[in-house]
Design a protein around this ligand. Structure first.
Ligand code: ADP
Ligand code: MG
Length: 299
């Protein structure tokens, strides 16, 4: 393709809301044979909301959410925002009182820890619990299975080392996701999910969008996401990574083509080669089509 043709295609992409940062990205996109999708905010809408809560200790729901939301107010994570919103709505006439939070720490890919009302608090996934020596009562393990099979995320809460509650959070898939995955299949492009979320939830989302069980990578922190991309590359595949979060940026950089969701975080957008300005998954196909058309020359 001539430089002019590349310029014309890049411009065409831009008018369709597909921002391609340079000719190299446009050229590489046609070679992609595997796409690694982040789950939260990429395959799902990224609009999580609390659907139910199960408590395992004798604590009032309002006190429970006051402690948890006070700590989560310090986090930028979408799950944290969902929890704070829910806590605010619990009693509209008497909103929860933000408590003083000490020693707040975010653990990427796992959750948060803090001291609230003099109590040691852990909020996050199973890995966070196991790494801090919090054991799960049988009742909790059963609840986890029930939550995950519904493609929901289980947020576990431990107070002073005791598992105190499980908050179930739903984040529906983007309506176009299943069609995009099947379209990619027709284009002979394999789709994989990589997520920091737990395996049960990841499998349920995979089932909903039409990705095979063996193509699900769960409980991956930001570094692990990038490592999996590199592994796939060393198996000889050309990889596009689609993601929206800070936690995806190392993988976006590692991929042959990094694709950021426009509604995602600035860091992901900076790390990517292509930005889907409309945050529409179909535009992954638009980008590849554009690349194929630009670089398939008639001999
Ligand atoms: P994803 O790869 O799905 O976008 P992240 O890497 O951001 O997910 O987070 C992975 C997991 O870590 C989440 O599914 C959640 O279980 C846990 N987690 C991270 N941050 C928080 C938080 N602030 N509150 C509760 N859980 C969290
Ligand atoms: Mg995400």
């Amino acid at each position: 393709a001539t430089p002019t043709a590349v310029m014309v295609s890049t411009g065409k992409g831009a008018t369709q809301g597909v921002l391609i940062k340079g000719g190299a990205a446009l050229e590489m996109a046609r070679n992609v044979d595997c796409i690694v999708f982040d789950k939260t905010g990429t395959l799902t809408k990224g609009e999580p909301s609390v659907v139910n809560t199960k408590l395992f200790q004798n604590i009032a729901l309002k006190v429970f959410f006051t402690i948890v939301a006070s700590a989560e107010a310090n986090s930028e994570h979408p799950l944290a925002k969902a929890i704070v919103e829910y806590a605010k709505g619990l009693s509209a006439e008497e909103p929860f009182e933000q408590q003083q939070v000490e020693d707040f720490k975010a653990i990427p890919g796992q959750g948060i820890q803090a001291v609230v009302m003099g109590k040691g608090l852990l909020v996050g996934n199973q890995k966070l619990m196991s790494e801090n020596g919090v054991s799960l009562p049988l009742e909790a393990s059963e609840q986890l299975k029930d939550v995950e099979v519904l493609a929901r995320t289980a947020v576990l809460v431990a107070v002073d080392g005791e598992l105190t509650g499980i908050i179930s959070i739903a984040d529906p898939i983007k309506p176009e996701a299943p069609a995009v995955i099947s379209m990619l299949k027709l284009m002979k492009i394999k789709s994989i999910i990589v997520t920091g979320d737990n395996r049960g939830t990841a499998l349920a989302v995979a089932r909903e969008v039409g990705i095979r069980t063996e193509d699900v990578i769960a409980e991956a922190d930001p570094k692990a996401k990038a490592e999996r991309v590199k592994e796939l590359q060393s198996a000889g595949m050309v990889i596009a990574m689609v993601g929206d979060g800070i936690n995806d940026s190392p993988a976006l950089v590692a991929a042959d083509v990094g694709v950021a969701i426009g509604a995602g975080t600035d860091i992901a957008i900076e790390a990517a080669d292509i930005v889907l300005m409309k945050s529409h998954l179909e535009d992954v196909v638009t980008a590849i089509d554009l690349s194929r058309k630009t670089f398939s020359r008639i001999r």
